[in-house]
Design a protein around this ligand. Structure first.
Ligand code: NDP
Ligand code: MG
Length: 390
């Protein structure tokens, strides 16, 4: 029986993880499950999995969680410290599936245990890739990717030598605005942007997919996870999302990972690695018409990828500044205080201003947090300064 904890259990990745574990309940002993605002679901998940403890990151929701868990024997806790403390509890396997920058501190805490960290929270690698890798090295923790593209690459690398990899090709669906003009994109609403054509995901990552900020994050994530030079990472638009990503080797061979658009393939692979187990994903049916289209991403309409390359050139704290600016811009867009295309404009300007803050190695959570804070404030100042953004 393996002990497991699920951070972000009430989210999209979290609920998929819960369903896989429920499908093979006898194999797992669930320790902690966590959430933030959705206390009803958190309590239900804790009860369904018979967890030891349920934690919400929001202190003021403690009473509701405690009430819902009364008489179950499951402990309730709340607040950021309680969350970090649950992450420090040793388990065989823990998934970091919280959304946003808050995930970095949790991932680091899990990694310190030296067991297996299944990483969905890509922000951890974008903001603190070197720090997270070093923490895993020190403790002996195994870091396994859960992002679909990175799971695909990880699987295609089985038995291969990294030095024989010529390029990594990340596939991107192109999102809901693939065929929109720049003018049309300028006027889209958060609701339109959240409507992903292929994948069912949380709100924030869905909008990041529409702007291709998600793919930009994944380019950086690839560099940090596989220690691959940035000029070997390519992005190609593949509207069907059947090919989850590809590796090109030095003999011209391409290894592609294919499957349906169901995150359980990636979560299940990280959960059972190095074994494979059926998690119930629908099979690809080659007797039905299967079309695989590939085309170049239009840098004019999707400037996020170019910004990611600038971030990788700058290194150090640039990833943290990039992520924070992107998160702040997304909040402003959700509040309808800036337009869809303004997000890339503001992120570009903020990353470009990093020297005024002072770049250095991102080797401590403290340095990364200061850069994160500076970046969010910089975006807010910029957005207030220009009439264009109000
Ligand atoms: P969701 O928004 O669906 O879920 C986020 C989870 O984090 C919820 O459990 C939420 O709690 C919790 N949460 C939110 N804010 C905080 C906080 N400040 N502190 C602690 N917990 C918090 O996100 P997704 O599942 O879509 O994504 C999770 C991560 O995985 C992201 O980093 C995303 O980029 C990555 N990812 C997601 C994929 C997907 O298919 N969804 C695919 C690949 C990567 P509550 O709901 O209770 O408020
Ligand atoms: Mg992905």
């Amino acid at each position: 029986m393996r002990s497991v904890s699920i951070f972000g259990a009430t989210g999209s990745v979290g609920k998929n993880t819960v369903s896989i574990i429920q499908g093979n309940a006898a194999a797992f002993d669930v320790h902690a499950v966590t959430g933030a605002t959705n206390i009803k679901d958190l309590a239900e998940i804790a009860i369904a999995l018979n967890a030891d403890i349920a934690v919400t990151s929001e202190k003021e929701r403690f009473a509701e969680l405690e009430t819902r868990l009364k008489g179950t024997g499951i402990a309730a806790a709340a607040g950021r410290d309680a969350l970090l403390s649950a992450a420090a509890d040793p388990v065989d396997w823990a998934i970091s599936a919280v959304v946003g920058y808050a995930g970095l501190a949790l991932s680091l805490e899990i990694a310190k245990n030296g067991n297996t960290l299944a990483l969905a929270n890509k922000e951890s690698l974008v903001c603190g890739g070197a720090l997270l890798q070093e923490t895993c090295k020190q403790s002996g923790a195994t870091l396994l990717p859960v992002d679909s593209e990175h799971s695909a690459i990880f699987q295609a690398l089985n038995g291969e030598k990294l030095e024989q990899v010529e390029r990594i090709i990340l596939t991107a669906s192109g999102g809901p605005f693939l065929h929109y003009t720049r003018e049309e994109m300028a006027g889209v609403t958060p609701k339109q942007a959240a409507n992903h054509p292929n994948w069912s995901m949380g709100l924030r990552i869905s909008i990041d997919s529409a702007s291709m900020f998600n793919k930009a994050m994944e380019v950086i994530e690839t560099k940090e996870l596989f220690n691959i030079p940035s000029d070997k990472i390519e992005v190609v638009i593949h509207p069907q999302s059947i090919v989850h990503s590809m590796i090109g080797f030095n003999d011209g061979s391409i290894m592609a990972h294919m499957g349906t658009t169901d995150m359980r393939f990636a979560i299940g692979y990280a959960l059972y690695w190095p074994e494979r187990m059926d998690t119930g994903v629908e099979r690809l049916d080659f007797t039905k018409l299967l079309e695989l289209d590939f085309k170049q991403a239009d840098a004019g309409r999707f400037p996020a990828i170019a910004i990611a390359h600038d971030v990788m050139r700058q290194g150090g704290l640039a990833g943290a500044v990039f992520n924070a600016a992107k998160e702040q811009c997304l909040d402003l867009f959700l509040d309808q205080r800036i337009g869809f295309l303004d997000m890339a404009d503001l992120v570009h300007k903020t990353v470009g201003a990093l020297d005024s803050f002072g770049n250095c190695d991102a080797d401590s959570l403290d340095k990364i947090s200061k850069a994160d804070k500076w970046s969010r404030e910089f975006v807010l100042k910029l957005s207030k300064k220009s009439n264009k953004y109000v």
